[in-house]
Each structure stands twice: as structure tokens, then as C-alpha cells.
Design a protein around this ligand. Structure first.
Ligand code: SAM
Length: 220
């Protein structure tokens, strides 16, 4: 007999077990409600390139949650958040984490604001604007991006926004050796963690980058 297709709830629950992440049933329900909202608004607003709702659990929810064990500190900035990835799943899983979602596209930030209200996410704030122009009152313990830009273009405009002991979390496919070689002086790769995301083929890596504070001496 052919195997019955898993429901999104089953797929999420099994994926979380595989990732070693424990989440209360209410948080799992909120994650699925977010995926449904994303699917509904995607038709009108082009929020993500991924149009297959069957892949939303693996490629959006689990892919975002895979970095949960690697978060630093109590504040997180998600740069180029688009439809809220990875920021919204992380905010749902960690209600004590203050998450700022930033994107320059006002249709996307309208969706993000609506989603935060509908899902009751009190720990999420949304900023519409280019990262280059963002001047927050406080620096962030962690700054994350997925599918935003090459590493140098991620760290340069966010360098002044990172707390002294903070770190950048760059979600990548293959290890981007050429991008690493182009990192600005003083920014170093502190660790590279391979991530096995259930239901996602192909390699995924999380890079943790740190600012050593060292700058190239003048004239060199
Ligand atoms: C390919 S999408 C990735 C969205 C999401 N992180 C994901 O993984 O699905 C890149 C996003 O970056 C935003 N973006 C591009 N340049 C930006 C900038 N300079 N400042 C802020 N957002 C920017 C775009 O509007 C877009 O939503």
C-alpha cells in the first residue's frame, strides 16, 4: 500500500525531533499558522520564490529553526527578512528573544507587520528601509541573514550595529570560500557549522562571523 502523505503538522513535529529541538504544541501551531499566512499572501505579494506549499515546512520553517541552537544573546536583527525568514520562525520558537525584521520592500514589511499582529508575536518589531540607512538605538547581539547578499555586503553595512561581543550568522548553501576571501579586514569566520535540514537536499552551512576590531593600518 502506498505510504500516506504526511500532514504539515507531522512533517514539522518529525523535523523538530530530527533537529533535536523541543517546541511546545502551541508554538508548533503558530509556526504552521505562519506558513499558511505566507502561502496566502505570497500569491498577491511575491513574498518568497518558493511557491510549493508542501515545501514550506522543510525549506522555510525547519531551515530557519536549524540555527536555533546557534543563536547568541537576547537581540536579533534579520537583514533582508523578506517574508520573515529566518526571523519569524525564530521569534515564535524563542518568545524571550527580541527580533527585529528589516527589509527595504514595503509590501514585504506590510506583510511582516500583519503577520506579527495575527500571530500575536510581541517580541517582533519590523523596520522598512535599506540596511545602509538603519540607525537603531541599541546594537544587536546577533545579526542574521538568509539569501540576502554576499558576505562582505552583509557585514559592511551592519558592522556598526553589532554589539562588541556579538556575531553575524550567515545562512549559506555550500561554504562560500570566495566570499570569505573578500571579507573586510578585521572580520573573521569564527565557525562553520554544517546543518542537516530534514527534507532539504543539498548542503546548508551556518557561518558565525566576528569583528576582531582590527583594521588595516593606513597605507597598507
Ligand atoms: C532573496 S530575499 C530573501 C528573503 C528571506 N531572507 C528569505 O530567505 O526568504 C532578499 C531580501 O532582501 C531585501 N533587500 C535587498 N537589499 C536590501 C537592502 N539594501 N536593505 C534591506 N533589504 C534589502 C529584499 O527586499 C528581499 O526581500
Amino acid at each position: 500500500m502506498p505510504k500516506a502523505r504526511q500532514t504539515p503538522a507531522e512533517q514539522l513535529a518529525q523535523g523538530l525531533v530530527a533537529l533535536g529541538i523541543e517546541l511546545a504544541p502551541a508554538a508548533q501551531q503558530t509556526l504552521l499558522a505562519y506558513a499558511a499566512l505566507l502561502d496566502k499572501w505570497n500569491r498577491a505579494f511575491n513574498l518568497t520564490a518558493l511557491r510549493d506549499p508542501e515545501k514550506a515546512v522543510s525549506h522555510h520553517l525547519l531551515d530557519s529553526l536549524a540555527i536555533l541552537p546557534h543563536l547568541l544573546g537576547a537581540t536579533l536583527l534579520d537583514v533582508g527578512s523578506g517574508g520573515g525568514l529566518p526571523g519569524i520562525p525564530l521569534a515564535i520558537a524563542r518568545p524571550g528573544l527580541a527580533v527585529t525584521l528589516l527589509d527595504s520592500n514595503s509590501k514585504k514589511t506590510a506583510f511582516l507587520r500583519q503577520a506579527a499582529i495575527e500571530l500575536g508575536l510581541a517580541n517582533v518589531s519590523v523596520h522598512c528601509g535599506r540596511i545602509e540607512d538603519f540607525r537603531p538605538a541599541q546594537p544587536f547581539a546577533a545579526i542574521v541573514s538568509r539569501a540576502f547578499a554576499e558576505l562582505a555586503d552583509f557585514v559592511r553595512p551592519t558592522r556598526a550595529l553589532l554589539a562588541p561581543d556579538g556575531g553575524w550568522l550567515a545562512m549559506k548553501g555550500l561554504i562560500p570560500h570566495e566570499e570569505i576571501a573578500r571579507l573586510p579586514e578585521g572580520v573573521v569566520v569564527s565557525s562553520v557549522t554544517p546543518l542537516a535540514v530534514p527534507g532539504v537536499d543539498g548542503e546548508r552551512h551556518l557561518l558565525l562571523l566576528k569583528d576582531t576590531g582590527a583594521t588595516r593600518p593606513e597605507g597598507v
